[in-house]
Design a protein around this ligand. Structure first.
Ligand code: ADP
Length: 351
């Protein structure tokens, strides 16, 4: 029944150019088509409501439409683009793009479908700035409390007996735990606020990986773990340095947190057209049925070690989003008691 209806539409209704035009004009989302030089040759009414009056939404060579026309394949997921309405006000649109391809395979233009996502993005930004303001306001007094606790502990405010030392030490540990939670929350706020203003640059991962090693070597040694690395001479990807640092640092920090004895191993290599970065540990491991869930926001596995270590369940959800932003993938290989390996693959870039 359904197939028959489609056939009727194709055979009679849509083969009439005027009907086809009517359909496009009345679609509620903005639809515009361009020629191969990105000159707009058709736009529907919704485009006029949202923005376009004969101008492409985005004029740079990084424009998603331009990129899909060069590659000759549709964009794999919708992207958010900032643009201006005709009255000058800002608009954020969610854009899906595809090339228009002749039977002989030649790209003769592009089609862009978009919808106004301004309201939902503004809501997200408001939430993010609220979260950011709260975490900032909580961090400041916490730093002061930590400072005074450290002063008292070092004996600068008079002698401290052993029991007092114990109590103050526990208070200091809790401050550190709280401070990690606040860091996770401010990462989340930062991520949400700038989710779509990401600009990839050519980046050699080796110095970034070395920096992660140098930052975490103290913590690993303090916990009695060895921190091994295997970092190549150079490894180029197109990416955002701060974001990728956040990804690797998060994985290494988790590896240390969930490992009581043994090692943490940070390794990177080129394999085919991918850069592979893996973070391995000899820690508590993760059962197979949890592998998918640990990347969900706020998800934590509940056991003695995770309870003691503390956390928010935010880290891996951000890691996964950042990796996806870089057109990469993250996988986990782990069994309880057998340690864990988190592996990231990113497209290699020519240097
Ligand atoms: P958090 O560490 O703050 O709880 P994450 O999102 O970073 O949040 O991790 C989610 C959960 O995944 C953790 O609570 C933990 O149970 C599990 N996990 C993450 N990394 C490891 C690891 N290297 N070894 C064992 N479990 C891990």
């Amino acid at each position: 029944m359904f197939e028959k209806e489609i056939h009727v539409l194709e055979g009679t209704f849509l083969s009439d150019t005027k009907n086809f035009r009517r359909v496009l004009l009345s679609i509620a989302d903005g639809v515009y088509m361009t020629d191969q030089n990105r000159k707009i040759i058709f736009w529907n009414r919704a485009c006029e409501r949202i923005n376009v009056n004969g101008n492409p939404l985005c004029e740079t060579d990084h424009c998603p439409l331009q990129q899909c026309m060069v590659k000759g394949v549709p964009g794999d997921k919708p992207v958010l683009v900032r643009a201006q309405r005709r009255d000058g006000s800002r608009v954020i649109v969610e854009v899906s793009v595809a090339p228009i391809i002749r039977d002989n395979g030649r790209v003769i233009g592009g089609i862009e479908v978009f919808r106004d996502a301004t309201l939902e993005q503004e809501m997200r930004e408001t939430k993010a700035s609220f979260l950011s303001a709260i975490t900032h306001d909580l961090k400041a007094p916490l730093t002061v409390i930590k400072g005074f606790l450290e002063l008292v502990l070092t004996g600068d405010a008079g002698s401290v007996n052993e029991t007092q030392m114990d109590f103050l030490g526990s208070a200091l540990e809790e401050c550190d735990r709280l401070s990690k939670i606040l860091n996770d929350l401010s990462d989340l706020a930062r991520f949400k606020a700038t989710e779509f203003s990401y600009t990839p640059r050519l980046l050699d991962l080796t110095s970034l990986l070395q920096q992660v090693h140098d930052i975490f070597i103290f913590e690993t040694t303090k916990k009695g773990l060895t921190f091994k690395t295997a970092i190549p001479q150079s490894l180029y990807v197109a990416g955002d340095r701060d974001r990728l640092y956040q990804v690797i640092a998060n994985l290494v920090s988790n590896a240390i947190k969930y490992t009581e004895s043994g090692f943490v191993y940070l390794c990177a290599k080129a394999s085919g057209d991918k850069a592979i970065i893996s973070v391995q540990d000899s820690g508590i491991g993760i059962s197979r049925d949890e592998h998918g869930k640990i990347f969900d926001q706020f998800y934590r596995i509940d056991n003695m070690v995770t309870r003691k270590a503390g956390g928010t369940g935010i880290g891996l959800s951000i890691v996964k989003k950042i990796v996806a932003m870089h057109n990469g993938e993250i996988t986990v290989h782990s069994e309880p008691g057998q340690g864990s390996t988190f592996e990231i693959s990113l497209p290699l870039a020519a240097n």
